[in-house]
Design a protein around this ligand. Structure first.
Ligand SMILES: [Zn+2]
Length: 332
């Protein structure tokens, strides 16, 4: 099976964005250390709106000039070392400003669907260019910010126009409908890749897009209880690398998680690594057996997750093929 370790490479989006060093640069280096022994290459979905804003403000604020240099340097380094750099869009950067030494995130327009189709096209163009300027013309894959890709009709022509033909956003039974997010993947095909045209949930063998969904499983409330206990008893091992605050879950999401089995992505974030091997084993048995896509965020790395990731790679690198979108799909 192909295993893709994919990272959403980004800051936090609540009041405290966190610093680029603690939330992106340092944990990314630790992820590389944890996987380099077996030459595993990682896939980075780079939050390009952040780059666009850094470019805009860097001449006014010396601190941002430094952040810009750190992040572009690391992206170049990743690309030069065979890691995949692909496009991740969080359009609320359009409404985000910098003053008083910090980013002021405005997530009113968190979903790209809050922008007009014309604005959306401009966002895709501008964000893809920000990445292309750093790594060259190698961007063809997309992951929607916060999984908000529906309705796809809003994005289709923009992605097509700018040469994006692979999406890796969906996960089986994903569902969220709150003040920032909307997604409904409950009718997703039970496969690990398929072509589509107008709707990523509808397979179309002649479609111009390829969906390579994020792998997932279901977890019981016990997972969240165990996690809370693990954190309580070993704060250091479960302390996340990032120094910011995320756009939180809402009350009804927490209630769901604590009362029934809920879908959960295959992930290298923190304690989620505790069910990764089991999820891979499920995929080996049940599916078309082609791809296992794991997601994560540098900012969510912990001592526990880095150790478990090392073990995961060591245990699986001979049985499976760790790869990137570039290596596996570019010549399709
Ligand atoms: Zn993201």
């Amino acid at each position: 099976m192909n295993i893709f370790i994919t990272l959403d490479y980004e800051l936090f989006f609540a009041q405290h964005s966190g610093s680029v060093e603690k939330s992106i640069i340092e944990p990314t280096n630790k992820l590389l250390e944890a996987t380099e022994k077996f030459m595993v290459k990682l896939c980075f979905f780079v939050d390009a709106g952040y780059l666009v804003q850094l470019e805009k403000y860097k001449d006014t604020f010396p601190a941002l000039q430094k952040d810009y240099e750190l992040i572009t340097h690391q992206i170049k380094y990743l690309h030069d070392n065979g890691h995949d750099i692909q496009l991740h869009i969080h359009p609320h950067w359009e409404d985000t400003t910098y003053h008083d030494n910090q980013w002021h995130m405005n997530t009113t327009r968190y979903r790209i669907h809050k922008f007009t189709q014309q604005e959306t096209e401009q966002i895709v163009a501008k964000y893809k260019k920000a990445l292309t300027d750093i790594v060259g013309d190698t961007i063809f894959a997309y992951r929607a910010g916060g999984w908000c890709i529906q309705p796809f009709s809003h994005l289709k022509s923009a992605l097509k126009k700018h040469g994006i033909w692979l999406d890796s956003t969906l996960y089986k039974n994903g569902y969220k409908d709150n003040s920032t997010h909307y997604l409904d993947f409950r009718n997703m095909p039970d496969k690990t890749e398929w072509r589509f045209e107008d709707d990523p949930l509808v397979e179309d063998n002649n479609g111009s897009f390829l969906e390579v969904p994020i792998s997932s499983t279901t977890v019981s409330p016990l997972f969240y209880i165990k996690y809370a206990l693990a954190r309580k008893f070993d704060k250091i091992a479960h302390q996340i690398a990032g120094d910011g605050k995320g756009v939180g879950r809402e009350g009804k999401d927490n209630l769901e998680m604590l009362t029934k089995f809920t879908p959960a992505v295959a992930s290298i974030d923190g304690y989620r690594l505790s069910y990764l091997q089991k999820t891979l084993n499920q995929y080996v048995k049940k599916s078309d057996g082609k791809n296992f896509v794991v997601m994560g965020h540098p900012k969510a790395a912990t001592m526990y997750s880095l150790q478990k990731l090392k073990e995961f790679v060591a245990n699986n690198h001979t049985k499976h093929h760790f790869t990137t979108y570039m290596q596996t799909f570019k010549n399709e």
